[in-house]
Design a protein around this ligand. Structure first.
Ligand code: BG6
Length: 478
């Protein structure tokens, strides 16, 4: 018998900028990813300050969910999805982030999507901001470096809460908010890239600015969580963290401490604020040693305390090792690099595959916070081959997902209150880190390629039928 709850939320996850396309349709304004070109694993994508001619911007068409949502949602329903994670693109609602009235056409689009999900009995799980800051706010304010954005975000949230209050229950404030602890977060999340043009990996790093931006994002998140609790008591409000478990490379006590510090600042720092409602004790020394002086206004700490989340959600793809030794082989990863683990194999993009690490992480998270948990991203980015008869045999993806679901089940048996699982990129979409289409995660193949060609047709992969069975049997993976 399955260890998963009867009403376990099986589903899949996406983000507006990576799959909607229609980047300037029906009044939508440009968001940060609309200014990003494509790249590859060896050649990072670039951000530009204006749209350049003869340059490919993968988010502009993406996989055109905007015009194909009915077909796509029908495919999700065919797999048996109970939930679907998607984001609302802020610039569909407020094209520059600062309009007095929202863009009705943008609101109507999400009405249509939510209605279609409802028709198929699929519960929406909505990320309010998934790496989709209005670019106008970068140009004018240097993104979240400015406190002005807190009020703008609140206005955006008040509008979407009121509009969709009868259609959406589960909300996540910021996708992978802790990405802003790392330099790439300046582009992805914080938007502190005013005037910068170049490789996204080469944004001049400014820790002070990133952490100040994070403080503003914490405030914004806490304020809208509190607002939702006060006005919409049925809403379930969640955080969303990138969880990249790390292990000490050796049992040397110095490695143990280095790993503890890495776990603290990269994996726990943001959720400690969002779940516990206060800056954690270890941040003080980190801030002092890195010359970070936060501008915290009177009342800010009370706001953080009042707006703690109800649900902990996270992405999990890989793990890494930490050591103080020099000259050790490094490994790639989801924004966070580290050192290679001799016991693990890596994906084609160098992310080390570690299903047992998911069980370990779930236990660590639950022990720390005791909140219900959802794994809202997990999956294998891989090259797929379409056979002459149109079939796609992605057994490598099935193996990856199977081993992670098995470990989730172990965690549930351990006593973790896990309530849902939405593997990433349930339909092929644009990669966030490299802008590629070739890095595919989907159960559904999309005929779209890195040079922008493709007829956008959809096709079921072997994993589609496999996942359908997993859902049907509430977690039977064999
Ligand atoms: C997470 C993001 O970091 O990982 C997603 O929330 C992203 O937006 C996913 O797509 C996978 O990363 P990538 O770089 O392979 O697309």
């Amino acid at each position: 018998m399955s260890a998963f709850k009867d009403n376990f939320l099986w589903g899949g996850a996406t983000a507006a900028n990576q799959f909607e396309g229609a980047w300037d349709v029906d009044g939508k304004g440009p968001s940060v990813p609309d200014m990003c070109t494509n790249g590859t694993v060896d050649s990072p994508k670039r951000i530009t300050t204006s749209i350049k001619e003869n340059t490919l911007y993968p988010s502009h068409e993406a996989i055109d969910f905007y015009h194909r949502y009915e077909e796509d949602i029908a495919l999700f329903a065919e797999m048996g999805f109970k939930t679907f994670r998607m984001s609302i693109n802020w610039t569909r609602i407020f094209p520059t982030g600062e309009e007095d009235t929202p863009n009705e056409k943008g609101l109507e689009f999400y009405d249509r999507v939510f209605d279609c999900l409802q028709k198929h009995n699929i519960e929406p799980l909505v990320t309010i901001s998934h790496y989709e800051l209005p670019y106008a706010l970068v140009e004018k304010y240097n993104g979240w470096a400015s406190r002005k954005l807190v009020a703008l975000f609140e206005t955006y949230c008040h509008v979407i809460f009121e509009r969709y209050k009868d259609k959406v229950t589960y909300w996540l404030t910021f996708n992978e908010i802790n990405s802003s602890v790392m330099p790439m977060g300046a582009v992805l999340n914080a938007g502190t890239v005013q005037g910068f043009e170049g490789r996204v990996t080469e944004v001049p790093d400014n820790k002070q600015e990133r952490f100040q931006a994070l403080h503003h994002m914490f405030l914004a998140s806490a304020k809208v969580v509190k607002y939702a609790h006060d006005h919409y008591p049925n809403f379930v409000m969640g955080n969303m963290s990138l969880f990249a478990t790390s292990y000490p490379l050796t049992p040397a006590p110095e490695d143990i401490v280095a790993n503890q510090q890495n776990m603290n600042m990269h994996n726990w720092f943001c959720s400690d604020v969002q779940v516990r409602g206060a800056y954690p004790f270890y941040a003080k020394r980190y801030f002092e040693e890195h010359g970070i002086k936060l501008d915290i206004h009177e009342g800010d700490l009370d706001i953080l305390k009042a707006g703690t989340v109800d649900l902990y959600t996270f992405s999990y793809y890989m793990s890494n090792c930490i050591t103080v030794k020099e000259g050790v082989e490094t490994a790639g990863g989801n924004l966070l690099g580290g050192y290679a683990n001799p016991y693990l194999k890596a994906s084609d993009w160098g992310w080390q595959i570690d299903p047992v690490g998911l069980r370990y992480s779930l236990n660590e998270i639950y022990a720390r916070y005791g909140l219900p948990i959802m794994v809202v991203e997990n999956g294998l980015g891989a090259y797929d081959t379409v056979e002459a008869d149109g079939s796609i045999h992605d057994d490598y993806r099935i193996d990856y997902l199977r081993s992670h679901i098995e470990q989730m089940e172990e965690a549930v048996k351990d006593g973790v209150d896990l309530i849902g699982y939405t593997p990433w990129g349930c339909i092929d979409l644009v990669s966030a880190s490299t802008g590629e289409m070739a890095k595919r995660y989907g159960f559904i193949y999309v005929n779209k390629f890195d040079d922008g060609t493709g007829d956008l047709s959809r096709q079921r992969k072997d994993s589609f039928y496999w996942y359908q069975k997993v859902i049907e049997t509430n977690g039977e993976v064999r």
